[in-house]
Design a binder for this molecule. Structure first.
Ligand code: T1G
Length: 712
């Protein structure tokens, strides 16, 4: 990013004081970032001011909604050695040190995102004034990129707000709003966005001197050691040691606190310099850019259509049919995004339950302070329950979320055909039924309106929506669905109408394999623990329990029928069904759930062989490579356009570990030939379900990779 014109310096007189405003605004860029050039430009500005310091320096941004989004991640991505990393960090913090030591009070005026290096610049100022705008978010997200704050954040933040709150922000990468920043002492004042400039001026007038530093004295040695060692244990438990950055951040905080700030900064640089070149960091940065790209996903032919005919207006009024878990979750989410929602079901009881479920989600957001009381009230007020189709006449987009039963779904769409206007998008949230079958036999001009919008449970938390395109789906419908998904702040992946779409189809062999492993006598918690160790957010057997074994069974039959023997459900599922094990919902699945505690059900081992001597590596490979193989098939069949779509879908739909860069990136990194060799070996030992598919074998033989090029 160029720096030309990135910083404007404006000298003004405020109440007889000479104030210098240093205003960031990177031309032609949506956000301000600290590139090498912008840093150099800032260095020059500070160098000039040092000669003749003003009475105050205000660091600010002219970009709406953005203060500074941190160091340039593209530059960090390119770092390939420790000395280069150390140079970047040293230069950055030396520059910001000038802000800290300049002989005049410094003020950061933050009315938008201040992240990473952006916040670190503000932390070196004497004062921080933030706005109450919803766009104002401050945080240190570095660990989510596989690095630690490198421009002083691990040292300045604990000295400003205290050890525990600082560790909390640094280790989670959490972004907080202006009010919270003020509460934590991170900001000196949170002021209204509407009168931000006046408030900043008033604050500067009231605080004409440099602030005392540090704001807090360091905790006693023992408290610091105890807090850091507890944080370390919590991180290890959560990450299984797969992420080096949070551990490094704790080390930087622990070693630096209690010393001179300058010494702490030197320690931070030393620790930072080991991280940008790691594979974990490269994969996490890759994932960041992939997510940014998919959030704005576009299809060239639809863009062309939009240029010719104009972009479809985003739907404002929606309807959801079915007030079960998914329907209620979808209705709540749409309403939380400001859309009006009609929630339709056939019985008042079901509607009451659905509204109750939506209320529970809203209460949760309220308790976590994600929303305010008035917002909570508005979200619930926008969901209007109905037993009749009549009120759905005004809906611009309808999502059906009734039981997974084809005749029932067809009946719902018969009714919708009668009440909805011609241009209305008719979407189904089916997780396994073909969209084509739901649309079959309808008037040709109507079939184009049918599309799948597959949300994941819980809807408010899961960021992915599979947009399922059937042969009958029109481009107009696809364009409107795509805009809709982006408008409701979900990430879309576009998939073809093949059974299981992308995520469930690739995930099913993994879950099925976990049951085969159990049938061979491998212990329940051992299987799940190995999946966690690999980095999956939940073990496969636990996941089956959470999804519900009855739900899993339905999907697995659809997939078996569609894809044949390799997807045949493991015979153990039949026994689970006979024993009435539904999973978490009836407190009995692979685990027993008593009093909120989960314990492997040892009764399941009856009749199974004794625990065999299988290497952990074999277990993990059986679980993961079976997904790689299925994903390769998904690609060969053109269900998705490219390997990137598979990776994004699996990352967001299943929590596939981001530090591995994605399922197919993992296969690439490991070497496709090694994947194929292992699959052949497993197919000899455990059955043909492992046989690598032709395209995978061919790709491996040719020395190819799934990902040909980098993300951008
Ligand atoms: N570097 C490079 N590009 C960036 C960037 C950054 N820091 N931040 C944003 N972009 C690009 C982004 O890829 C997208 O590009 C566009 O700007 C934003 O588009 C030493 C080492 C700020 C909340 O982790 O979280 O500081 O897709 O307007 O959805 O300690 O981007 O348009 O080509 O659609 O509203 C730490 C990452 C860096 C912040 C805006 N900072 N950025 O979201 O954006 S490391 C971060 C974000 C660091 C120091 C360390 C978000 C955003 P394109 P948009 P948005």
């Amino acid at each position: 990013m160029a720096a030309a014109g990135a910083i404007t310096v404006r000298e003004e007189t405020w109440d007889h004081r000479r104030i210098v405003r240093v205003i960031f605004d990177l031309p032609d860029k949506p956000v301000n970032v600290l590139t090498t050039e912008t840093m150099r430009a800032l260095g020059e500005v500070l160098g000039n001011l040092e000669q003749e310091p003003p009475s105050g320096l205000v660091l600010e941004s002219a970009k709406p909604g953005v203060f500074i989004a941190g160091a340039d991640i593209h530059e960090i991505e390119k770092i390939d050695a420790a000395d280069a990393a150390a140079t970047v960090a040293r230069e950055g913090r030396d520059l910001l040190w000038k802000l800290h030591t300049i002989r005049c009070p410094t003020y950061a005026a933050i009315d938008g995102v201040a992240l990473g290096g952006g916040l670190e610049a503000a932390l070196f100022c004497d004062y921080r004034i933030v706005s109450d705008s919803p766009k104002t978010r401050v945080g240190l997200p570095e660990v989510t990129l596989g690095i630690i704050p490198g421009f002083g954040g691990t040292q300045t933040l604990p000295r400003l707000i205290g050890l525990q709150p600082a560790l909390d922000l640094i280790l989670t990468g959490r972004q907080i709003d202006g009010r919270r920043a003020e509460k934590l002492g991170l900001a000196d004042r949170c002021v209204p966005h509407d009168t931000f400039q006046e408030e900043v001026e008033a604050f500067v007038m009231r605080h004409p001197k440099k602030a005392a530093w540090p704001r807090r004295s360091p905790p006693f040695f023992l408290i610091r050691e105890l807090t850091c060692s507890m944080a370390r244990s919590a991180v290890l438990k959560k990450t299984q040691g797969n992420y080096p950055a949070p551990l490094a951040a704790i080390a930087a905080v622990r070693r630096g606190l209690g010393r001179e700030l300058s010494e702490g900064l030197r320690i931070e640089t030393e620790i930072f310099s080991a991280l940008p070149q790691t594979r974990e960091c490269k994969n996490l940065i890759r994932t960041f850019f992939q997510m940014e790209k998919f959030k704005k996903y576009s299809i060239p032919r639809l863009e062309e259509m939009a240029r010719a005919r104009g972009k479809p207006a985003p739907a404002r009024a929606c309807a959801v049919i079915g007030a079960g878990t998914m329907g209620a979750g979808i209705a709540q989410h749409l309403s939380a995004c400001g859309l009006g929602v009609r929630l339709k079901d056939i019985d008042v009881k079901f509607l009451q339950r659905g509204i109750g479920a939506a209320e529970k989600i809203v209460r949760g957001s309220l308790a976590r302070k994600r929303i305010r009381r008035e917002e909570a009230r508005d979200i619930l007020a926008r969901i209007l329950p109905t037993l009749d189709y009549g009120p759905l006449r005004s809906a611009e987009l309808v999502i059906e979320a009734v039981l997974e039963d084809l005749p029932l779904k067809r009946k719902v769409f018969d009714d919708l055909e009668r009440v909805t206007a011609r241009g209305v998008v008719l979407a189904t949230n089916t997780s396994s039924l073909p969209i084509g079958k739901i649309a079959e036999g309808r008037p040709a001009e109507s079939q184009g309106r049918y599309i799948g919008l597959h949300f994941f449970n819980p809807v408010d938390k899961m960021p992915l929506v599979e947009i399922v395109v059937a042969p009958c789906t029109s481009d107009e419908t696809l364009a409107r669905a795509l805009e809709f998904v982006k408008a409701i702040k979900k990430t879309p992946v576009v998939v073809k109408d093949r059974p299981g779409f992308l995520v469930n189809r690739v995930l099913m062999p993994y879950m099925n394999e976990s049951a085969y492993l159990l049938s061979e006598g491998v212990r329940i918690d051992h299987i799940d623990r190995l999946a966690l160790k690999f980095g999956m957010p939940m073990g496969p057997l636990h996941l089956l329990d959470v999804v519900g074994l009855d739900v899993g069974e339905k999907v697995s039959h659809v997939l078996h029928e569609a894809y044949g023997d390799r997807m045949a459900p493991c015979p153990l599922f039949e026994r689970l069904r006979r024993e009435g094990r539904l999973g978490q919902k009836n407190e009995r699945g692979f685990y027993l759930y008593k009093g909120g505690k989960k314990q492997p059900d040892h009764a399941l081992y009856d009749g199974l062989p004794a625990a065999p001597a299988i290497a952990g590596e074999d277990i993990t490979d059986r679980l993961i490579l079976t997904m790689v193989n299925e994903a390769a098939r998904v690609l060969s069949e053109g269900v998705v356009d490219d390997a990137e779509t598979v990776d994004v879908g699996m990352l967001l739909g299943t929590g596939f570990p981001p530090f591995r860069g994605g399922l197919l990136k993992y296969a690439d990194d490991r070497g496709l030939q090694s994947c194929v060799d292992r699959l052949y070996a497993f197919s000899e030992r455990h059955g043909a379900r492992f046989a690598p598919c032709d395209d995978l074998v061919r790709l491996a033989k040719s020395g190819g990779r799934f990902h040909q090029e980098t993300v951008r």
